[in-house]
Design a protein around this ligand. Structure first.
Ligand code: C5P
Length: 302
């Protein structure tokens, strides 16, 4: 994530992620699932603008900057369930601060897309309000709060280009990447609920055979072909069971001459790893003609 001071305000650009590998190990007693996943930050950003508010109240306004084809995308909740509001409230509860803030969220990262947009916004809120309110919470304190907000929030808080994540997803180890890597992302017009996809996993326990170490070695080698050959996601089958329209998107990307392709997180976005930026552009142009959803070209990075 990138922070920039602007007078009394603080602007934060916070990225999306792709899961290059996602293995579900099993369901836990607390209802969550133990995972092994390799996440990669990509340069598609939400922008959050934080300004101090005398009133002590935290107010959120949101603007979506999605293409017109997103008219059917879910409405973004700006009330108590929004992760930005929850992150701000958690900071207030933990520290007892009486500060307030006015937060403006400009959303570019699609929702219900498996790209971590809400989690990324929550991590940005923890970092920004810790500064704006001068709370002096340590990085370690912020990680504890991040884990309470959601399984992907710690990844964005740590903000590596790539990370091996385990536990619920909240335990992060940064790993090096020889990059940049170039992707095409297709976000279908429908979204998928993470909770529902995980519920479906019980009935469709496919197991991806590649390990986190294999993908780590591939990322360190800088060979796009090698990285593409070890992609995998155990949530793909469960997601397909929930919405078969995903199949056309996955098949379209797999039919391209790309290094590899798959679904990110719990979907519904799917991606293809391309050899160069120009290659990604030409794959994206063909995907747009198929009208399978909105098409992005992105590069790895924070
Ligand atoms: O942690 P987060 O709030 O992002 O997760 C959303 C939902 O996805 C959870 O309520 C849970 O149902 C499911 N989930 C899971 N195991 C994980 C992460 C998420 O079952 N490791």
């Amino acid at each position: 994530m990138r922070l920039q001071r602007q007078g009394e305000a603080l602007n934060v650009w916070t990225p999306a992620k792709l899961n290059l590998l996602l293995k579900v190990l099993g369901r836990r007693a607390d209802g969550y699932h133990d995972l092994q996943t390799v996440m990669l930050s990509v340069q598609l950003y939400d922008l959050l603008q934080f300004s101090p508010a005398e009133s002590g109240v935290v107010r959120l306004t949101c603007e979506t900057r999605f293409p017109r084809s997103f008219s059917v995308s879910p409405v973004l909740e700006v009330g108590d369930r929004n992760l930005v509001i929850r992150a701000a409230r958690l900071l207030k509860e933990q520290t007892g601060t009486t500060h307030g803030a006015s937060i403006q969220l400009v959303k570019h990262i699609p929702m219900e897309a498996g790209m971590g947009g809400g989690s990324s916004d929550a991590a940005a809120t923890l970092v920004a309000l810790n500064q704006l309110w001068d709370l002096k919470l340590s990085h370690c304190d912020l990680h504890e709060l991040a884990a309470q907000l959601g399984s992907d929030v710690n990844f964005f808080l740590e903000s590596p280009i790539a990370g091996k994540c385990s536990g619920r997803g909240e335990s992060i180890e940064a790993i090096p990447v020889i990059g940049p890597l170039h992707f095409v992302i297709v976000k279908p017009l429908f979204g998928l609920s993470t909770a529902k996809v995980f519920q479906q996993w019980g009935a469709h326990r496919a197991t991806v055979s590649h390990s986190m170490e294999e993908i780590q070695a591939a990322l360190e080698s800088g060979s796009v072909q090698r990285i593409g050959s070890v992609l995998g996601n155990d949530l793909t089958e469960p997601a397909l069971q929930l919405d078969l329209r995903l199949k056309a998107v996955l098949q379209r990307l797999a039919s391209e001459d790309v290094a590899g392709s798959g679904m990110t997180g719990s979907g519904s976005s799917c991606f293809a790893l391309c050899r160069t930026a120009a290659h990604a552009k030409s794959v994206a142009a063909r995907c747009r003609q198929m009208k399978l959803g909105y098409v992005y070209t992105v590069t790895s990075g924070v």
